[in-house]
Design a protein around this ligand. Sequence first.
Ligand SMILES: Nc1ncnc2c1ncn2[C@@H]1O[C@H](COP(=O)(O)OP(=O)(O)OP(=O)(O)O)[C@@H](O)[C@H]1O
Length: 564
Amino acid sequence: MSVKVMMQSSGNKSLAGFTRRISLWLGAAVLLGGAAAVMLVLQLIVFAQIVADLAFQDHALMAEIPALKWLGIFLVARALLQWVADMVAAQGSLRLTSSLRSELLQHLFNVGPVGMASYATGETVTALDAGVEGLEPYFAQYIPRAAMMVVLPFMILATVLHLDGWSFLILACTGPLIPVFMALVGYRAQAIMDRQWTQLLLLGSSFLDALQGMTTLRLFGRARDAVAAVANMADEYRCTTMSVMKVAFLTSAVLEFFASLSIALVAVVFGARLLEGKVDFQSAFLVLLLAPEYFMSLRAFSASYHARQNATAAMVAISKLFALSSVATRHANQPIIEPLVSVKCENLSAEYEAGRTVLSNINCTFTRGTLSLITGESGAGKTTLVRVLLGLLSPIAGRIVAEDAHGIAHAHWQSCIGWVPQRPCLVHGSVVDNLRMANPQADMASLRNVARQADALSFIEALPQGVDTLIGERGACLSGGEVQRLALARVLLRNPQILILDEPTAHLDPKSEQHVAAAIARIALNRIVIVIAHRGAIINHAGQVLRVHKGLIFNGLHMLEHAA
Ligand SMILES: Nc1ncnc2c1ncn2[C@@H]1O[C@H](COP(=O)(O)OP(=O)(O)OP(=O)(O)O)[C@@H](O)[C@H]1O
C-alpha cells in the first residue's frame, strides 16, 4: 500500500476514485470501528446486568467481580479499537492527500508554464494547499463515520429488538429522520460551501496579485483601492464562513432535539410499562443506555457532514487543475554523452489556441559551433519557437531532430538544454546558493570560472559579502543586468550542450554588452547556442541569423526585405 502504488493506480480524479485508492485503509478502519461498536454493546449489556443484580437481585459486590472484570475488558478494548480505527483512517487519509499533492504538482509540471499561463497563481496555490488539506477530514472522519452510522445503529436495533418491540419501533422510526434531514439541509449548505470556496480562491489570487503588483499599484495611486478590494473580499469570505457555521450549529441543534425527543419517548413508554410490571428493569435500563449511543453515531456523522461538503467544493478546484491539458513534452533528465552537432526543426507548426497558428511550417537547423541568432518584431513568434525547442509547448505538426556526429538522433536531447529567459528566476539566498542550483557539488574555482565567463565576477566581488551576499527574492537587490549575468553564469555551470538565451544583453551597458557578447561567442565554439536578440553587439558574432516574421522563418536579414 505504498504511496507509489497508490499513484500508479490513479485514474479516477474524483472523491469516489480517491476513496477506492485507500479502500484497504478505510476498510480496516471500519472493521476496527465495528469491533469497537461490538465492545460498546457488550459493555452496556454487562453494565446493565451489574446494576440490575446489585439493585434488584441483592447480589453482593464481590459476586459481581467477574462481571466487573469483563466490563473493564470491554471498556479498554473499545477505547483501544476506536483509537486504532481513528489512527488507521487518519493514516490512509494523510497518505492519500500527500500522494495527491505530488500527483497534482507532477501534473502541473507536465502542463508547464504555457498551459498554466491563463490560470491565476493564487488559485493554484489555494487549491494545492487548502484544497488538498480540505480532503483530509473527508477521508479521515466522514467516510468512517458514514460507515459507522450504518453499523452501530443496526447493531443496537438488533439488540433492542431482542429486548423490546416498542422501543425498537420508536428507534427504527426516528433514526432515519436524521439522514433525511441531513440530506435536506445538505442541499442548501452545499451551495454556501461552494460560494465559500470560490471566495477563498478569489481572495488568494487577489491577495497575491496585490502583493506582486505593489509597485505598479503605488505608482498608479491604486494601492488603497487594492487593499480595500482585498479587505472587502476577506469580509465577504468571513460572512460566508459565518453562514456555514450557522447552518452547522442549527443542524446540530435540530438533530440534538430529535435525538432527545426520541430518547424521551423511549423512556416514557418503557417507564410506564415498567411501572405496570410488564417489563423487567434490566431490559429497560439497557434500552435506555443503548438509545443515546444509537443517536450518537448519527450525530457524529452529521458533525462530519460539513467535511463532505467542504471536500466536494475543494474537489471542484482540484479537478480544474487536473483538467488542464499537458502542453509540455516530457523528457528524461539524463545527460547525453555524445556531443550533439545539430538540432533540426522540420516543418514545425505551433499554436496556443486551436485555429490560431503562431508558427507555421518552420524549417531551420541550429549547428554546433555556430551562434544562431533569432530576431524579428515583437509578437512574431520568437519566444514561441523557443518554447517549442524547450518542450514547454508541443508542436501541432512537424518535429525536431537532434543528431550527434554519427547522424544518430537522440530522443531526450531536451535534457541537454540550458536556458536563460528574459527575466531569470533567482531564489532568495546568497549568490553562491543561486549558482549552485545548477550544480550543488561545484567548487569555488568552477564558480569563479563561470562567473568570469558571464562577466559577472567583478560585480560579485564588489558585493558587501562577495559570493555570500544575500540577493533577495528574484534577485531584488541586484540590477537587471547583474541578474542576467548571474543567470548566465549559473547555466554555464551545468555545461549544457545546447544553450538558449533570450535577450541576454538587453540590460547591459555597452561595455558589459561587448564582454558578454564575446563570452557567448566563445561559448558557442563547442556548443549549439541559440540567442534571441533584436540589436546590439551580439549580432556581430552571429554565424546564422533567422528572422521570424508572422509565424514564418527567414534565413538572413535580407530575406525579410525580400518577403516584405
Ligand atoms: N500563453 C499564450 N497563450 C496564447 N497566446 C500567446 C501566448 N504566448 C504568446 N501568445 C501569442 O503568440 C504570438 C507570438 O508571441 P511570442 O511571445 O512568441 O512573440 P515574440 O516574437 O517572442 O515577441 P516579443 O519579442 O515581444 O517577446 C503573439 O501573438 C502572442 O500574443
